[in-house]
Design a protein around this ligand. Structure first.
Ligand SMILES: Nc1ncnc2c1ncn2[C@@H]1O[C@H](COP(=O)(O)OP(=O)(O)O)[C@@H](O)[C@H]1O
Ligand SMILES: O=C(O)[C@@H](O)C(=O)COP(=O)(O)O
Length: 429
């Protein structure tokens, strides 16, 4: 059966967030890691979310990967492509949201691309083109301290214009509130003016429903899980997708083995979750500096520490640091080099944990999850029940050997008790 919706996600946690939204809306969804091999047998699905690790790489590489994902999805008949980006628009002035959106627009033949990172369920709203995170503009939110892409401007039309070859317009809330036809009319007008992308305001889910109907009539859109919700509802309403609820409860059934959490996110939410977990399970705080200077020794020491404890219950290993600690490490080793070295370290720890018998694994942080999932060579996931908004339970698919259950947590997502909750839903405890 041909696909209806093809999604290209710029990181793995973001992909599982989007897959979670689609699945909750009754769209049968599979998440793949990278562009699937021809040999990978995938279950029947209405949507495939191809997870890339393209958020923080050079723009030309992100474009090439995204175009390869597009070719695969188009080959399977996808009638609409969503480029999934972060709900906090994580990117730098060099990209990659602008360059990838530009390249996909040309490939799909779209005249204009609606762009909105709004995700009201997690407090991301867009008004007059400005992104709010909770009750503050993006540039006043904890995202101003992100280790890889500090966000210092809440005006998304301006942010996107700096990254894009085209001109960027705005579909204001008054059009969105007037409904899908008004959104389509505004997009058409902007396209006639020569705009190639438009930031679309959205504050409530009902706004995203209107945007979803307008977007589903176009070949391409760019956004986060809120737009996923709008598209899913539109595709079910127009009959392109037959609503089906997945049997989430069965997903983790039969998967035992040790359990662990590996964290590399330095977001405020993750730092708080780690602090709470200290009262619930053994927690090892890695030295970020040693992960850069003596990675093998630091990884071995962490694995020895874990192996002595795994039989007694779950453990948590974290590289994560507060903004001052991150700044210190970055000043010594450079932002990119430090991030990559620490991701390699946490990925080696994830690999060692699985070799030691861990089959239930929670990963915190987008880049962190990406590096670990790559190291574990997981080709795809089935999407299970929601642990917290934006974070589903995932079961490995297509991997030789025993299946595993994972959660890939975006740094900013989840309540204070997230780790215990995720492990509980994996049947631990
Ligand atoms: N103590 C630390 N100092 C500096 N960088 C760190 C530290 N701990 C983790 N990092 C890096 O910070 C980045 C966090 O990004 P990511 O995993 O995507 O988290 P998030 O989901 O919060 O964006 C990763 O590159 C990670 O390796
Ligand atoms: O849209 C979102 O906020 C998430 O799906 C996401 O992409 C978050 O990125 P990370 O915090 O890097 O995991």
């Amino acid at each position: 059966m041909p696909l209806t919706l093809g999604v290209i996600a710029d990181d793995y946690t973001g992909a599982s967030d989007l897959a979670n939204t689609l699945s909750k809306e009754g769209v049968r969804t599979v998440q793949t890691i990278g562009v699937p091999d021809a040999a990978l047998a995938l279950p029947d699905a209405d949507a495939v979310v191809v997870s890339l690790k393209s958020r923080s790489i050079p723009a030309d590489e992100a474009v090439a990967l995204s175009l390869a994902a597009y070719a695969w999805l188009k080959g399977r008949g996808a009638s609409h492509i969503l480029f999934k980006v972060c709900s906090t628009f994580d990117s730098t002035d060099d990209g990659n949201i602008g360059p990838v959106t530009d390249a996909l627009r040309i490939a799909t033949g779209a005249a204009i691309v609606p762009v909105t990172p709004a995700f009201p369920e997690t407090g991301r709203t867009v008004y007059m083109g400005h992104l709010f995170v909770g009750d503050v503009p993006l540039n006043e939110s904890p995202l101003k301290d992100h280790p890889l892409n500090p966000m210092t401007d809440s005006d998304l039309a301006r942010v996107l214009a700096r990254q894009s070859a085209g001109r960027v317009g705005l579909v204001p809330l008054k059009d969105v509130a007037a409904g899908a036809d008004a959104v389509s009319a505004r997009l058409e007008k902007l396209a006639l003016e020569g705009r190639t992308a438009a930031i679309v305001d959205a504050v409530f889910d009902r706004d995203l429903e209107a945007v979803g109907v307008a977007a589903a009539a176009l070949p391409l859109s760019t956004g986060a899980s809120g737009l996923g919700l709008g598209l899913a509802r539109a595709l079910v309403a127009d009959g392109r997708v037959l609503r089906q609820q997945s049997d989430g409860a069965a997903l983790a059934a039969g998967i035992g083995g040790y359990a662990a959490v590996v964290a590399g996110s330095c977001s405020k939410a993750t730092l708080e979750q780690i602090a709470i977990a200290e009262g619930q399970m053994p927690v090892l705080r890695l030295s970020a500096e040693r992960l850069v200077t003596h990675p093998e020794a630091e990884v071995t020491a962490a694995l020895d520490w874990a192996k002595a404890r795994l039989a007694s219950g779950p453990v948590l290993i974290a590289a994560s640091g507060a903004p001052e600690q991150v700044a210190e490490v970055q000043a010594r080793f450079g932002r990119h080099a430090a991030g990559v070295a620490i991701e390699h370290g946490t990925a080696a720890i994830s690999e060692g944990l699985v070799a030691a018998g861990v089959r239930r694994l929670v990963l915190a942080g987008g880049e962190t999850s990406g590096a670990s999932v790559d190291r574990l060579k997981i080709p795809a996931f089935l999407v299970g029940p929601e642990i917290a908004p934006g974070v589903p339970l995932l079961r490995t698919e297509g991997q030789p050997g025993e299946a595993m259950v994972l959660a890939l947590k975006s740094g900013n997502f989840g309540g204070p008790d997230f780790f215990a909750k995720a492990l509980g839903m994996m049947g631990v405890g």
